[in-house]
Design a protein around this ligand. Structure first.
Ligand SMILES: *Cc1c(COP(=O)(O)O)cnc(C)c1O
Length: 405
């Protein structure tokens, strides 16, 4: 029997791909998590932007229970009424006319890339295969997704770079213009607000000029809103802030409120190549996922929830900027949008996360560029937000003492 030494504190049979926090989570409620030993934590990770309505939300629990007793899975060879209903709702509330349901974000990205290439193939331009992504982005872990983001940390050792995938650096306008004008370009893929990469919000005027340039040259835009979508930035879709729309969009994380479900949305034009037989999924869009997706979407589109995001986000932004002024030795920058908040740190972000967890019982997520991410549920109350700031402040004080000592 082969037992893997995952980390010094735990020995188990899991592939050692995660550096897990030494915390055994037992149950959750709203913005709280409890470990097996009974310790209570304030959770500003939300399953990485997934449990947007908090843990064990009664509306979602009820939806899962009711559907679980009725029907789980039938396969896409049958009509699935929940799928049609959720697709209707997503299209009613977005630029899209067509939806493909997946089980995860990376599958939604995969479908988006395939939809873009098929569009050109189907419309007499099969030479248009090139997909351009940006530095600092994250699109998931399947081959298409890692090649689109081209982060060496995720591509190294996984074989040759895939043909037709290229990388752009934000701010290099000449390279971007050349990429869009090239006759073999299919699509540009971008997160309007980067998540894993360090919470960089792409300036709205940049997104608008990207739209103009792509329109001029018949190139499609794919927005990856897997993390920044579904209300997190204070609008249902992050790209709404720029007043433009993509041709194709990948969503997932909050779509099921914590239940695994993703979707690729497209305009009728962009989806025109996705004809019978060219794509599919066994589990994607199963009745159980659709039931919880419908219940979650019903909550996520409520104006009160979006208003709460803007109110709490405004408060948190102001408070974290205040903390930056008081702790310039700990905090270098506060960035992001809405309740996707990035705090760039001086101390190592992993160490700071562990300190916040153990010293303050505050859970925060990591991120690129030595950021930590604050990703609370969208229904976080102002009182809970105050508590999060107080605990973060406590972690800053402890970190300062540690650095001095
Ligand atoms: C999390 C994430 C993905 C991948 O989603 P999975 O469900 O982990 O496959 C893709 N894009 C972005 C922007 C993400 O944050």
């Amino acid at each position: 029997m082969c037992v893997l030494e995952v980390q010094s504190v735990s020995v188990n049979h899991l592939m050692g791909v995660y550096n897990r926090a030494p915390l055994e989570v037992d149950r959750g409620r709203g913005a709280r998590l409890w470990a097996k030993d009974g310790t209570e934590y304030l959770d500003m990770v939300s399953g990485i932007s997934t449990n947007a309505l908090g843990h064990a939300n009664p509306i979602l629990v009820e939806a899962v229970k009711a559907q679980a007793e009725k029907l789980w899975h039938v396969s896409n060879i049958f009509r699935i009424p929940g799928q049609e209903e959720l697709a209707d709702k997503l299209c009613e509330h977005s630029f899209a006319d067509a939806v493909f349901f997946t089980n995860s974000g990376t599958e939604a990205v995969e479908c988006a890339i395939k939809t873009a290439r098929r569009y050109h193939f189907h419309n007499g331009a099969p030479e248009r295969i090139d997909i351009y992504g940006f530095d600092g982005s994250f699109h998931g872990r399947t081959y298409g997704a890692i090649n689109a983001a081209a982060n060496p940390a995720y591509t190294n050792g996984f074989g040759p770079p895939m043909e037709g995938f290229h990388q752009l650096v934000w701010g290099d306008h000449e390279a971007l213009k050349a990429a869009i004008a090239a006759p073999t370009t299919a699509a540009i893929i971008v997160e309007p607000v980067q998540g894993e990469g360090g919470c960089r919000a792409i300036p709205e005027h940049c997104l608008r000029s990207l739209r103009e340039l792509c329109d001029e040259h018949g190139v499609l835009i794919i927005f990856d809103e897997v993390q920044c979508g579904m209300g997190r930035t204070g609008k249902l879709w992050a790209h709404e802030w720029a007043g433009i729309a993509p041709d194709i969009m990948a969503i997932a994380k909050a779509l099921g409120g914590g239940f695994p479900v993703g979707a690729c949305l497209a305009s009728a034009k962009a989806a025109s190549g996705m004809t019978v037989g060219v794509h599919g999924s066994t589990f994607g869009g199963n009745p159980l996922a659709m039931a919880v997706g419908l219940a979650a979407f019903g909550e996520l589109v409520k104006p009160e929830l979006i208003a709460n995001v803007n109110e709490v986000a405004g408060y948190l932004k102001q408070q974290f900027v205040g903390l930056q002024e008081r702790f310039p030795d700990i905090i270098v920058d506060v960035r992001g949008k809405g309740l996707l908040i990035g705090v760039k740190l001086v101390p190592n972000n992993r160490d700071f996360m562990a300190l916040a967890r153990d010293d303050q019982h505050l859970l925060i997520a990591g991120g690129g560029d030595n950021c930590c991410r604050i990703l609370p549920p969208l229904n976080l109350t102002i009182e809970e937000a105050r508590e999060a700031v107080r605990r973060f402040e406590g972690a800053c004080e402890t970190a300062r003492k540690q650095m001095a000592g």
